[in-house]
Design a protein around this ligand. Structure first.
Ligand code: NDP
Ligand code: FE
Length: 469
């Protein structure tokens, strides 16, 4: 061993027994399958020591985490789960990167946990105390799931897009004797419509669960009841849904700008007409100069509203980046994520309304339901109407009371332990909405107390995701 030790850059190589006898904190850096064979003979030596499990699993959702399994092999030791989310590369890199990655720490013995937190901080990491060892299940699961919060928003956006595309093709190509567009326009002009419909629908769906949560809180008469599981998940995905919407808005804006011309947007431009007098006799060639293709009020206002929506949505999206969000205080973050978010939704709906309103009037009921712009604004206006209703008395005051802990007589508590996201055992998990029981009903997080475990504002996810208590 001493011969080998020279090649370990000053790290002393000793036997397991010697290592244990000379250390207060022992880091077990072996794979789970070797825990028992390696450690059961020295379990008595590890009694009263802090044993750190850094291992990871290969399968999701097991009844017992690696750390809990280790604790069962070492009953006398204080097992703490930590460092499993930090790769060997990150360990090496931390001194140069200038950043401090998070190390999550969980263990049943608070003193042992504190020791490991101090150790992690001394190594340059940002330690996050996750509480009891049960949280190690989440710590191990988390590394195995790939973009868990993106799957639903992307699947939903794809489904809406496909439906919208089929609808657009039907109303413009199949349901018309003389299609208004050529098949050559399928790639931009026609495609841009379902893109726009999907973008605005996703934007509305980002803010809808916050409003539905308000409905549920009023119905329950208390905030101390979990939301249904799908609501909890929906609330958690709002950031991803908002970003999916933003990416679609970028595509819509670029496609629209490329097509802006009287040929593509006839009603946005004044017609340039040349009148040849009926009795004129032309002795020379007639020269027609067609100019003055400036936009009508409709074209200009639609462009203005579209640009405003795009830029403001960019601001909301940028503040959803954690490092940017962290630089804002609570009020600033809330103003952007909630108030500005609803303004973006309203401006986007106004953009589509300006473009379509004349057409809706001409079509009349029920043909108006075949108008792309009309269908696009239904959901946004529903969400905005709900937001308005919950922001005005008497509902605003009633909701505020509920969110500050007041409970209606005969409040519907439901099954407190059922539902939720199954993560309630470890309430302060990063990125979790902490179970829907305290889930913040409102996108805007009207209630700061809720934010500790609440789901934060719509787009930004959970501002206080890293809060530990
Ligand atoms: N590598 C990484 O970036 C990260 C790793 N982890 C976790 O750390 C642990 C170690 O990972 P890593 O170092 O990459 O893996 P390695 O395979 O490189 O190392 C495994 C270690 O386990 C020992 N070992 C192998 N077989 C046995 C056995 N039969 N009995 C006893 N000990 C044995 C090895 O000892 P020997 O040298 O004598 O063969 C070696 O020290 C794993 O649980 C992993 O999940 C966690 C986060 C990041
Ligand atoms: Fe548009």
């Amino acid at each position: 061993m001493s011969a080998l030790g020279d090649s370990f850059c000053g790290v002393e190589l000793v036997s397991i027994r010697e290592c244990i006898s000379t250390s207060d904190v022992v880091i077990v850096a072996i794979h789970r399958e070797y825990f028992r064979s390696t450690l059961q003979d020295v379990a008595h030596l590890l009694a009263d020591k802090v044993v750190v499990d850094v291992s990871n699993r290969e399968t999701l959702k097991v009844a017992q985490s690696n750390a809990e399994y280790l604790a069962s092999i070492l009953p006398g030791a204080s097992v703490v789960k930590a460092f499993n989310s930090v790769s060997a590369f990150a360990m090496d890199d931390i001194s140069e990167s200038g950043t401090s990655p998070a190390v999550y720490v969980a263990g049943n013995d608070p003193e042992a946990r504190e020791k490991v937190i101090i150790l992690a901080q001394a190594m340059g990491f940002r330690a996050v105390n996750l509480g009891l060892l049960k949280a190690s299940r989440w710590m191990e699961d988390d590394l195995l799931s790939v973009f868990p919060l993106w799957k639903m928003p992307i699947a939903l956006a794809t489904a809406i897009f496909v439906l919208a595309w089929v609808f657009v093709v039907y109303i413009y190509f199949i349901n018309r004797d003389k299609p208004p567009y050529s098949w050559e326009q399928l790639f931009m002009k026609v495609l841009n419509k379902p893109v726009c419909m999907t973008a605005i629908a996703m934007m509305a769906l980002t803010y809808l669960p916050g409003q539905l949560a308000s409905v549920l809180q009023i119905y329950y008469g208390t905030k101390h009841r979990r939301f249904p599981q799908f609501m909890d998940f929906w609330l958690k995905c709002r950031k991803q849904m908002g970003l999916v919407s933003f990416f679609l808005v970028i595509i819509h804006a670029v496609l629209s700008v490329m097509m802006i011309s009287p040929t593509y947007y006839g009603s946005w431009f004044h017609k340039a007409t040349v009148t040849v007098p009926a009795n004129s006799t032309l002795n020379s060639a007639l020269v027609l100069t067609v100019s003055k293709h400036w936009m009508t009020w409709k074209g200009e206002s639609a462009c203005l509203l579209g640009t405003l929506a795009f830029v403001l949505m960019g601001v909301v999206a940028v503040t959803s980046i954690r490092s940017v969000g962290d630089s804002l205080n609570w009020s600033e973050w809330r103003s952007v994520q909630s108030n500005l978010g609803y303004i973006v939704l309203a401006v986007s709906a106004a953009h589509a309304t300006v473009m379509g309103a004349q057409g809706w009037y001409k079509r009349g009921f029920p043909k108006v339901f075949f108008a792309v712009t009309f269908l696009s604004v239904l959901l946004p206006f529903l969400v905005l109407a709900m937001k308005l209703a919950f922001s005005l008395p008497p509902l605003s005051g009633y909701l505020r009371k509920i969110r500050r802990g007041w409970e209606r007589e005969g409040a519907r508590y439901g099954d407190l332990e059922g539902g939720g996201n199954g993560q309630q055992a470890y309430c302060n998990l990063p990125g979790s909405s902490g179970g829907a029981r305290q889930g913040n009903g409102d996108c805007c997080g009207d209630n700061i107390e809720l934010e500790k475990s609440g789901s934060g504002a719509a787009f930004g996810g959970n501002k206080n995701a890293q809060v530990t208590f």
